[in-house]
Structures are given as C-alpha cells and as structure tokens.
Design a protein around this ligand. Structure first.
Ligand code: URA
Length: 209
C-alpha cells in the first residue's frame, strides 16, 4: 500500500489555515500556496539521491553533494496544479516540467484527457505529480495511470489537502505511488468538495468565481 506522509510542520499548518479562511484574498491565497509549495518540495525531495562533484571553495577543493534536478519531472494536473508548480520550481529550478489536463465526461463519468505535454526523454526519471486537492481521487488516479505509460522511475503525488476517500482511491489503484499532503480532512460533501477544505482551489487561485 502506498505510504502517506502528512507534512505537519508548523509553518505549513499555519499557512494552510490562512488559505482555508474565506476572507483570504486571491493574491494572498496564491502567495501562500507558493510558499507552502516550497516547503512541500523540501519534504518530497528528502530521499532523493545526491551525486558528488569536485568544486573549489575559496580555501580548497572538495567533493560537494548536488541533487540531480534534471532527473526530476514536476507534473502539474491542470489547472490548480500550476499553483503548486510555481513554488516547487522556485526550489528546484532545474527540474523538468510537464502538464496533464483531464475532464470528466458528464455522461459516462470517464476521465478524458484534453492536454498532455511532457518534456523530452522523461522515461526513467523521478516524477512529482502535483494537484492541491485530492478529493475523490478519480482524476488524479486517471492522470497517474496515463503518466505511468511513459515509464517513470518513481512517482510521488503531492497535494495540499486530501479527503480520506481520495487517499483510499489512490492507495487502491496506485499502491506504488507515495502521497504527500499537508492535511487529511474529514470527508467529501455531496458535490465532492473537501470538508472543511478551502473551497475550489482553482477558483481561489485564479479568481474565477
Ligand atoms: N477540488 C477543489 O478545488 N476543492 C475541493 O474541495 C475538491 C476538489
């Protein structure tokens, strides 16, 4: 079963609480999401391997550790995933970036892919898939299914908030994908919104409501 890591650092929890408040403005929400995302990036890359390169300090030579940013592919599930992507890129600027967009067919409820753009040669790389809200898990699960077709070395899923239903769905369908979240909330409402949640993440990032 996939591992679930709750990033309960006080700074993450504090910023998440500010994001939940309904009076938090769109600008503040975006800034907070960016800040939290750098902290999530810090946790999700914790076990990434280092390689050593010979460098010169002002005093002497040494073998210094570096992360292989180019082996990391950050993948945003459109559109709210872009809010996390920005913060993560700030911390890992050399990471490659991909995007995937899906919508739910209202009749069949099947997830239909409308956008899929990956950088070249992603096979064998470490994927970090980002979407702020893991609600039912249906679209995230479909996105992971599609992404695995390009044969990544590893896949991690990062969200800000998760519902127990979404965690169960991913664990069932993608036991090999570890999940990182700042919190697991109570449940979904009848419209599949997370409770207590923070509302529609995309609308709050882009002021579309
Ligand atoms: N997507 C959101 O943006 N918010 C939710 O609560 C659930 C899904």
């Amino acid at each position: 079963m996939s591992e679930v890591t709750i990033i309960d650092h006080p700074l993450v929890q504090h910023k998440l609480s500010l994001m939940r408040k309904k009076e938090t403005s769109c600008n503040q929400f975006r800034d907070l999401l960016k800040e939290v995302s750098t902290l999530l990036a810090y946790e999700v890359t914790r076990d990434f391997p280092l390689h050593y390169e010979e460098i010169e300090t002002p005093l002497q030579g040494m073998k210094a550790p570096f992360i292989k940013g180019k082996d990391i592919v950050l993948i945003s599930i459109l559109r709210a995933g872009n809010g996390i992507l920005d913060g993560m890129l700030q911390l890992i600027p050399s990471a490659r970036v991909g995007h995937i967009g899906l919508y739910r067919d209202p009749e069949t409820l099947a997830a239909i892919e409308y956008y899929f753009k990956m950088p070249p040669e992603v096979k064998g790389k470490d994927f970090i898939v980002v979407d702020p809200m893991l609600a039912t898990g249906h679209s995230s699960s479909a996105a992971l299914h599609r992404l695995k077709k390009v044969q990544p070395k590893s896949v991690k899923f990062v969200c800000l908030l998760a519902a127990p239903e979404g965690i169960r769905e991913l664990q069932e369908r993608h036991p090999d994908v570890s999940i990182y979240t700042a919190a697991i909330d109570e449940k979904l409402n009848e419209h599949s919104y997370i409770l207590p949640g923070l509302g529609d993440a995309g609308d709050r990032i882009y002021r579309t409501k």
